[in-house]
Write a protein of this length. Structure first.
Lengths: 465, 585
């Protein structure tokens, strides 16, 4: 025979088949690129699938907590993830257990609307303010036991108080109403009153919202009916006052970047300010658009990367801090005007309290899978996320990723606002075109939203140092 | 213990032996100290050189000669390369984050390439081979000799089927090489697991069979019959009759796109999405009978051979061929792509076989002359080329390097060859003839190591189902079939032609039709004449505005057609300058 050496492929099936039914299947790999054709297009297809599946699984609504009246105030427990306090239009206060969705404690706290609730930083008690000109402090322990219907403490004020915020460390809190008052929890009268009426008319200058900064803990801000955002420092009496073109309904400090404050405005937008640059033109670091009615409440996520805003257009939006467009819009057929919005401390859920007697619990990431996941599942999800990052900017993927179904009212309002905005831009452009170059200049929207710092010279209001 | 620790500290460069391991296995390493340099002529293993007898440990301590991981063979790195990568010169220096992000990504890609290349040592099986004694040739080795000298399992892979009633036969293996389908012209259709010789089905379709083709699994097969294409399952049950595909002579299945491509008698080329049962497109090629057709496995482009010696390449996205090449002076008999899709071979009636680079269609790489006109060609995974001439099958090695002068193997069948295919992942060449089928052992033809996630010869039923679902989810849309499948990941750079076209458009500006409807005005201002005037004025304004913008844009691009006249500086012209000879400026 003329064969010197011969070898043919002869596989032993035992090496390729599992021995028993309980074994896992053997998967020999060979990474030779010739055996893996069309890698680019196949990956593209997988990315397209991932993008579509994201929208398929985007079911953000988790549940709702039903109240006897419209919900006006919400607050989370500083250390317990499962507990939130809510207040209603008719003055009821409730303590909820979120995972079980049941109400653990109810009390008729105020006569008339509960304006605001805030938790003491130690978590032992919480404060509520109502239309009855009182500030009440409630014990959490007693509430959890479900026995005590009387407040721990009560402070009386001569005017209606519409907002409250607690100092991060000290036993002090701030309230707002006709005046901004600083209280010491141990005394019954306010420690200090910040009286900042510019026009002399108390009603016009009454504050609507007040918020302590929890990083720079002596700093706080308020917004008032005279369209001002006022920055205070507990240690000094000097304030900085920024006049906006329209009223700011709500303020929220970024919990990670202490110098950023976001304001939800009556002009449907949210504005992020850098308080270090309040005297400069570039004070607005972000305009967040999308709502089609006044923004009523804001809350930052604990990561400081996103915030949720509730609006009178009956929807909830989630914005990334560095993006103008909202990442998510939440709405249901039954949800009415949103009065308060809250982000849970574990960064997983978003809560909205609305006039339709409900607090709704939403997922912060609409397509997130809840519960325990297996390793393969986690790997698959991570891979899908990476694919979305890689291919998400392809036009066909972006279209799917960005699409959100909107209720008719919002959809039409959005269109109408677009027309108005374009027409105004066109008008501005035409005016500029037909006037001397030096006379009319393009004004950015960030500039238009703000009239100026109080000690800056602005028309209409007297300058005051 | 103390000693072990010292040893470890003094040898920090040992790879793969982490701290814990060293401590635990310290004694074992010492027991292996029988390895000594030159004790049996071979140098001892690297790791053990560090763990010599503890008595002379210090004296024998030497620095690590090869620190770090094993250096990768650059050829291996090329083989697993993902391409060139991002050209960082084009990234702005100021965009630091973007640059960093790209750099990180490139680093990850590089790491992936390297790890894939390093994983090659883990492959378990070896390629087959055959060497002949001195003075003889491998081409003289008969199948009987091979059968006698290989193991019993492999010997069973060489067999003959005598089917002299319903021939001539067509044949095809599944993608994992496990199953075989035979289709006789006279209607005989059979499919079986050819390794275990287990028959799945055997029927007679009672019509002529022109071509056969497996679909995505061994569960379905497409058969081009007298008039239409039928789909049967592995029991021989007719599942579908595709009346859209009529008078089909040749079929190809694109596994990643789930497309069945059929070439017809009158020159229609059709793509049918078998997952939806919908025809993607039918193209009239205007090239006559499409009986020579194959697919490029690299880019899923269909390649047809024609009677005038040309080949044309088709995608479902264009009504015209994406490429046409004149290959032979006479009619074309066969085309075959190699499994990597880099090369293809064409056979003409003029007894020539040409080898082409699929990425450079300008001219053929090699031209070979064979004894008689080849009727069928087949490429193996290891780039062996089988050529059938009449009833003779010759297998050539190294065809892509230009060394096709002596056949590697040669086999004579009982009758003329009508179909031929190398079995994937096996050293087997299947040959169907007028009167049967022979399975030939060709050592060194197949890829010995399969990737179970792509195609697995040992697939279980549940595995097959899972793979089917996965494949359907990853079905590539037919719009993505292009000559270069990497296009999807690239930036769209305008071609010179497109650039010129854009320039030309700017050179000759045409104002688009402007139609203004004047607003209705009260007090007799909307009479037809006044309205017309207002309309004219508004239109004129718009036109002027458009032109102004367009011209400005053109000027910005430096495309001004009218050169500015040279302005003569005032005061420099002399009185008698007008008598100077006029020069062209």
């Amino acid at each position: 025979m003329s064969i010197k050496n011969i070898k043919v492929i002869s596989r032993n099936p035992d090496q390729y088949l599992r021995e028993t039914k309980n074994d896992i299947h053997k998967v020999p790999r060979n990474y030779n690129p010739d055996l893996h054709p069309f890698q680019a297009v196949r990956e593209y297809k997988l990315a397209l699938n991932a993008v579509k599946l994201e929208r398929v699984f985007a079911k953000p609504f988790v549940g709702s907590l039903t109240h006897p009246e419209g919900v006006t105030a919400m607050c989370r427990h500083p250390s317990k993830l499962s507990n939130i306090y809510t207040g209603t239009v008719d003055g009821q206060l409730k303590l909820w257990n979120l995972p079980q969705k049941n109400c653990e404690w109810t009390v008729q706290g105020h006569s008339g609307q509960v304006w605001s609730i805030i938790s003491a930083p130690d978590g032992q008690s919480f404060f509520s303010v109502g239309n009855d000109k009182t500030i009440k402090r409630w014990s959490v322990a007693a509430a959890l036991a479900g026995k005590n219907d009387l407040p721990q403490d009560t402070w009386l004020s001569d005017t209606i108080i519409t907002g409250i915020s607690h100092h991060r460390y000290k036993d002090e809190f701030i309230t707002c109403g006709e005046r901004v008052l600083l209280w010491d929890a141990n005394t019954k009268s306010p420690k200090f009153s910040y009286d900042w009426s510019t026009s002399g008319d108390r009603n016009e200058a009454s504050a609507v919202c007040v918020k302590f900064n929890h990083v720079e803990s002596n700093l706080f801000a308020s917004s008032d009916h005279a369209n001002n955002i006022v920055l205070y420092d507990v240690r000094s009496k000097e304030v900085k006052k920024l006049k906006m073109t329209l009223r700011v309904n709500s303020l929220a400090w970024n919990p990670m970047e202490a110098f950023i404050i976001t304001a939800g405005s009556e002009d449907y937008n949210c504005y992020s300010f850098d308080i270090r640059k309040m005297d400069k033109e570039r004070r607005i670091v972000g305009i967040h658009e999308g709502h089609t009615s006044a923004v009523v409440d804001l809350d930052y996520s604990p990561t400081g990367k996103e915030f949720v805003s509730g609006s009178y257009d009956k929807s909830l939006r989630i914005f990334r801090v560095d993006e103008a467009r909202s990442r998510e819009v939440y709405h249901t057929k039954r949800m009415f005007k949103v009065n308060c919005a809250l982000w849970s401390a574990d960064n997983k859920y978003v809560l909205s309290g609305s006039s339709d007697h409900n607090v709704r619990i939403w997922k912060a990431v609409a397509n997130e899978k809840m519960g325990v996941m297996r390793d393969r599942e986690t790997t698959a999800i991570n891979y899908a996320e990476e694919l979305k990052r890689k291919y998400g900017n392809f036009p066909e993927m972006r279209r799917i990723l960005r699409h959100r179904h909107l209720p008719k009212s919002i959809y039409h309002a959005k269109k109408e606002h677009e027309i108005i905005k374009n027409s105004q831009a066109r008008k501005d452009y035409n005016r500029r075109k037909h006037s001397k170059p030096s006379k009319e200049k393009a004004v950015s929207r960030a500039k238009k939203a703000v009239i100026g710092l109080q000690d800056e010279d602005y028309s209409g209001e007297p300058s005051r140092k | 213990m103390d000693e072990n620790n010292r040893e470890h500290k003094s040898n920090p460069s040992i790879k793969g032996a982490r701290k814990g391991n060293v401590k635990r296995d310290g004694g074992q390493f010492k027991r292996n100290t029988g390895y000594r340099k030159g004790s049996n002529g071979n140098p001892p293993y690297k790791a053990n050189t560090h763990y010599r007898d503890s008595s002379n440990f210090k004296s024998n301590r030497r620095p690590d000669m090869f620190p770090g991981r094993k250096v990768l063979d650059p050829r291996l790195r090329d083989k697993y390369s993902w391409g060139e990568g991002v050209n960082m010169a084009g990234v702005r220096k100021r965009s630091w984050t973007r640059r960093k992000r790209l750099e990180n990504k490139e680093a990850r890609v590089k790491e992936a390439e390297e790890e894939a290349a390093r994983a090659e040592v883990l492959l378990t099986e070896n390629t087959g081979l055959m060497e002949a004694n001195e003075g003889t040739y491998t081409s003289h080795v008969a199948q009987t000799d091979i059968r006698d000298s290989v193991d019993i399992t492999s010997a069973t892979k060489s067999f003959d089927l005598k089917l002299d009633q319903f021939g001539p036969y067509k044949m095809q293996f599944t993608r994992n090489g496990r199953h075989l389908m035979l289709g006789g012209r006279m209607g005989h259709l059979a499919s079986f697991d050819w390794m275990t010789k287990k028959l799945h089905c055997e029927i007679n379709v009672m019509e002529s069979i022109h071509d056969i083709c497996w679909l995505h699994t061994e569960q379905m097969m497409a058969v081009a019959q007298k008039k239409w294409v039928y789909i049967y399952d592995n029991q021989g049950t007719e599942l579908h009759c595709l009346k859209k595909l009529c008078h089909v002579l040749k079929m190809e299945f694109l596994p990643y796109h789930f497309l069945l491509c059929a070439g017809g008698e009158v020159g229609f080329l059709s793509w049918l999405d078998i997952s939806l049962g919908r025809e993607v497109i039918q193209t009239y090629t205007k090239k006559g009978r499409l009986d020579v057709m194959t697919q490029n496995p690299y880019n899923a482009v269909i390649c047809c051979g024609h009677a005038n010696g040309t080949i044309s390449m088709w995608t479902p996205n264009m009504k015209t061929p994406v490429a046409t090449v004149l290959c032979h002076a006479q009619s074309l008999r066969a085309i075959e792509f190699d499994p990597s899709g880099r090369y293809f071979a064409t056979a003409g009636v003029n007894r020539e076989i040409k080898l082409w680079d699929a990425r450079n269609l300008g001219e053929s790489m090699h031209t070979y002359r064979v004894g008689s006109g080849a009727s069928t060609l087949a490429f193996s995974q290891k780039k062996l080329l089988a050529v059938a001439m009449g009833n003779v099958v010759e297998v050539y090695d190294g065809v892509t390097t230009g060394a096709m002068n002596k056949p590697y193997m040669r086999h004579r069948c009982n009758s003329a060859v009508t179909g031929m295919q190398f079995c994937p992942y096996e050293d087997v060449l299947g040959v169907s003839t007028y009167s049967g089928y022979s399975s030939l052992l060709i050592p060194g033809a197949g890829e010995p190591n399969f990737d179970a996630l792509e195609s697995n010869p040992y697939l279980s039923v549940s595995g097959r189902r899972e793979a089917e679902v996965k494949a359907l989810l990853g079905k590539v849309p037919p719009e993505l079939i292009t000559l270069d499948p990497q296009t999807i990941g690239q930036v769209n750079v305008p071609r010179l032609e497109e650039k010129l076209e854009a320039k030309r458009k700017l050179m000759y500006i045409r104002v688009p039709n402007i139609d203004v409807t004047p607003r209705y005005r009260m007090k007799g201002k909307s009479g037809s004449a006044k309205k017309f005037k207002r309309k004219q004025r508004a239109e004129g304004d718009k036109k002027r505005e458009y032109l102004k913008e367009a011209i400005e844009h053109r000027d910005n691009l430096g495309l001004n057609k009218m050169k500015k006249k040279k302005e003569r500086k005032k005061g420099t012209e002399e009185l008698l300058d007008r008598f100077k000879p006029k020069t062209l400026s």
